[in-house]
Design a binder for this molecule. Structure first.
Ligand SMILES: Nc1ncnc2c1ncn2[C@@H]1O[C@H](COP(=O)(O)OP(=O)(O)OP(=O)(O)O)[C@@H](O)[C@H]1O
Ligand SMILES: [K+]
Ligand SMILES: [Mg+2]
Length: 777
């Protein structure tokens, strides 16, 4: 819990944001914003005074120029002939104003520096994961070594030791239990449990495996068991951890379009006040002596919106930092803002709503098909299927299938070229399986693609668009397994629609599996001569993540509609949707359908968030306003989204939306406060400036300030101090509560608008009481 150190006057009644402990990524136990944090940020704040950096913040840049000008004037003044001015100026006045203008700029820089400094400790601990590790690179040229369709020569792969910093995209490295993964990549062979705590802070190991939606691994994490082949997908220096570091340090941050727009508005306002101030003397010259330069600059600085300009970037950085503390990496500030306005959340099913560990648990023959034939077809249709689902069919057949199917599965699981490269004997799995006949393992010398044992023909890989996988046999016949509708359409197209009896049995089986939330895969065969039939239904099982219904109810209360979009069939989708508690489902969706749905929602003016993990979700993640990729997902998904959730928790969007809303509200509130504040300062300074000339103006001196010089200096001091006082609020954020936006707006206008008007009157008066003690003021 960060303790509010300085309470701003406008903050009354806004309870501090409740902060939960996060599972990890937060190496600082406390982020209390005390004097220590401000002190630690001072060097950076001083470096930010460099005009080459300053000009990006035009309002503060004007203040810096004013400070420079008055410093020069203060130095030169003793050597200049005294001239009469409208305001009586005591000695040291110019110095005092100049000093407080420097303080104003410094406080503005401090706000940004403190915000940036908060990620420092985490960045340092992330840096440790980037240490150099030796990598064992597969020396056979590129893909051939592990590609199943490669020439059998690929089996003679050798390993070459190389430094992790010398890896290039496309290298395939061998990583074994105990090794640190040398770079970001996708697992192309094998399954391993991986300790990702260095990045996620979560100590439970995660499973990473080839082929599916859980294939991405991050450099710097450690393999705990087994061995995997990883194809490197990013060059050293541009890895996920590198991006994380620059993110938590705020180095990668760019102004969001909204911030740019606000900046332009504030700069325009500044320009207007600049013109007003510059024309003051020429206009007043007929009735009055000129206004002293220090008073003019003070007036300008008090009128321009310094408060919000100083705090603007800190508010944005703090929003991203709050996400990091909840283990969400926002890769763009724009996404954080968009999150505040999200009204629809689309979620992928497998791996997002479910754990994504979809495994075959049964192969059920259809009427007229014997078990042997059904299982063998299921295995054969999975021989070339590299997805975890496909491999799970082989493992199931190996352990539970009839003898022929089991032997076939055994042949396929042993002796792939990749397995040879890994040093796996062609009989690793056979040892556990006595039924495996001699000679079934290893496919060397076979005419078939190496390692695929009995696969004679060309493999048909799974795609989310066809929703099928299988094999086209040499003799012209073909096997397919996949979504019921897809396989039936495949049979139908060749005039092989199953007869009524089979069809109803098939439908009953599909319905039975679907009703349990399982994924049914129908296996079918078509001969070269035209005949064809459905053979079996494979039951894939997955588990819904816990605690989702309550979380989705919370999203509903926030006005966000949740829609699950899945490639799975309607019944399965509905079963899972009911269990998870989402509002709506779109079933049998192809990647194009997902994309189209997002575009359609966006066309209706709605902000859309999407969470997903698969490569087939990537286009949708990229199109969504907020695209949250699960950390368990593929590199492509993580690349496409603008946020990554290290905890892979679809309900994380609740936090993301709350933080986005809080960011928008905080910025709105502080903008209101800043502008209301500046108007009030006008009443302090203008009467003071001309009181000598127009005594009637004394009526405007409602605060009863001690002298014109004290009034001007007090206003400048207040203007600087208010920035410092509001830094904690800017970083912590105005508390967001799930109430109607209009209610929130009204309340904030009242608190921050009224507060902004009243605060300077009280503050300036108090400062004036102190300043008036100075001689001459
Ligand atoms: N290895 C496979 N072989 C054949 N068909 C498959 C395979 N894996 C999945 N399918 C079928 O294709 C459909 C779409 O699969 P996929 O996992 O790509 O869907 P998705 O759009 O990512 O949706 P979700 O991940 O939410 O289930 C599945 O529902 C299933 O019917
Ligand atoms: K100001
Ligand atoms: Mg998916």
């Amino acid at each position: 819990m960060s303790a509010p150190v300085i309470d701003s006057p406008a903050q009354g009644g806004v309870p501090p944001e409740p902060e939960r402990p996060t599972s990890g990524g937060d190496s600082q136990p406390q982020r209390a914003l005390g004097a220590r944090a401000l002190w630690a940020a001072l060097p950076l704040a001083l470096r930010k005074l460099d005009p080459r950096r300053m000009w990006r913040r035009p309002v503060l840049f004007i203040v810096e120029l004013g400070a420079l000008l008055l410093t020069a004037l203060a130095i030169a003044e003793p050597f200049l002939a005294p001239s009469e001015t409208a305001t009586p100026i005591p000695g040291g006045f110019t110095w005092a104003i100049a000093a407080w203008l420097w303080a104003t700029v410094l406080f503005g820089n401090l706000a940004e520096a403190v915000a940036e400094g908060r990620g420092k400790a985490q960045a340092d601990s992330l840096r440790k994961t980037r240490s150099e590790t030796p990598a064992r690179v597969l020396a056979t040229s590129g893909a051939g070594a592990w590609d199943r369709s490669a020439d059998p020569a690929g089996r003679r792969a050798t390993l070459e030791e190389r430094a992790s910093s010398a890896l290039t995209i496309g290298d395939v490295v061998l990583v074994e239990a105990g090794d640190v993964i040398p770079g970001d990549g996708d697992v192309v062979h094998g399954v391993a449990s991986v300790d990702e705590s260095a990045i996620t802070g979560e100590s439970a190991p995660v499973v990473r495996e080839a082929g599916g939606d859980r294939s991405a691994v991050t450099g710097g994490t450690r393999v705990l068991s087994d061995r995997i082949l990883v194809r490197i997908t990013s060059t050293p220096g541009q890895t996920f951890v590198d991006r994380m570091i620059s993110l938590v340090e705020g180095a990668a941050r760019r102004k969001t379009p909204n911030e740019v727009a606000l900046d332009v508005l504030l700069a325009t306002l500044t320009l207007v006040f600049l013109v007003v101030t510059l024309t003051l003397n020429p206009i007043a010259s007929s009735v009055s002596a000129p206004v002293h330069l220090a008073v003019l600059v003070a007036l300008l600085v008090c009128l321009i919106p310094t408060t919000i300009s100083a705090l603007l970037s800190a508010i944005g950085i703090a929003g991203m930092d709050r996400l990091v503390r909840r283990n969400v990496l926002a890769l763009s500030g724009r996404a954080v803002e968009a999150a505040g306005d999200v009204s629809t959340l689309l979620l992928d099913k497998t791996g997002t709503i479910t754990y994504g560990n979809r495994r075959a648990v049964g192969v059920n023959p259809l009427p007229g098909v014997d078990a042997d034939e059904a299982w063998s077809a299921a295995v054969e249709a999975s021989l070339a299927d590299t997805t975890p689902e496909g491999r799970s069919v082989l493992s199931l057949a190996l352990s539970d299938g009839p003898r022929t199917a089991s032997a076939l599965a055994h042949a396929a699981l042993g002796g792939t070229p990749a397995a040879v490269a890994l040093g796996e004997g062609a009989g690793t799995e056979a040892d556990a399986h006595p039924a495996a006949p001699e000679g079934a393992s290893g496919a060397a010398g076979d005419a078939a693609p190496s390692g695929l044992g009995r696969l004679t023909g060309s493999p048909v890989a799974f795609s989310a668009t066809t929703r099928m996988s299988g094999v086209d046999r040499r003799d012209g016949s073909a096997l397919r397994k996949g979504a019921g509708s897809a396989v039936l359409a495949w049979l139908d197209a060749a005039g092989n629609a199953p007869e009524a009896g089979v069809r109803s049995a098939l439908e009953a089986e599909v319905a039975r599996i679907s009703a349990q939330g399982g994924t049914p895969l129908v296996v079918a065969e078509q001969g070269a001569d035209g005949g064809g039939r459905a053979l079996a239904v494979i039951h894939l099982k997955d588990v819904v993540k816990t605690g989702l219904p309550q979380k989705f109810a919370q999203l509903r209360a926030m006005g966000i509609r949740t829609v699950m979009i899945t490639g799975d069939n309607e019944v399965t989708a509905r079963a899972i949707a009911a269990e998870a508690g989402v509002d709506d489902v779109l079933a049998e969706a192809t990647p194009e359908d997902k994309l189209a749905l997002i575009k359609q929602e966006q066309a209706g003016g709605r902000m859309v968030a999407m969470t997903g993990d698969g490569t087939n979700d990537a286009p949708a993640l990229a199109q969504a306003d907020v695209g949250v990729a699960m950390n368990t997902g593929t590199s492509a998904a993580k690349e496409a989204g603008n946020m990554v959730d290290l905890d892979s928790d679809p309900a994380k969007l609740i936090d993301i939306v709350a933080i986005g809303k809080q960011l928008l509200i905080t910025r709105g509130a502080l903008t209101t406060f800043s502008i209301a504040n500046d108007l009030a300062k006008y009443f302090a300074i203008v009467p003071a400036m001309f009181m000598g000339v127009f005594p009637q103006l004394a009526a405007l001196n409602v605060m009863g300030l001690s002298s014109p010089a004290s009034a001007v200096l007090s206003a400048v001091i207040f203007n600087a101090v208010v920035i410092l006082a509001l830094i904690p609020l800017a970083l912590r954020g105005v508390r967001y509560r799930a109430v109607a936006a209009s209610q929130l707006l009204g309340r904030n206008l009242l608190v921050f608008g009224l507060g902004g008007v009243i605060a300077p009157f009280v503050g300036i008066k108090l400062i004036d009481l102190v300043v008036s003690l100075l001689p001459g003021f």
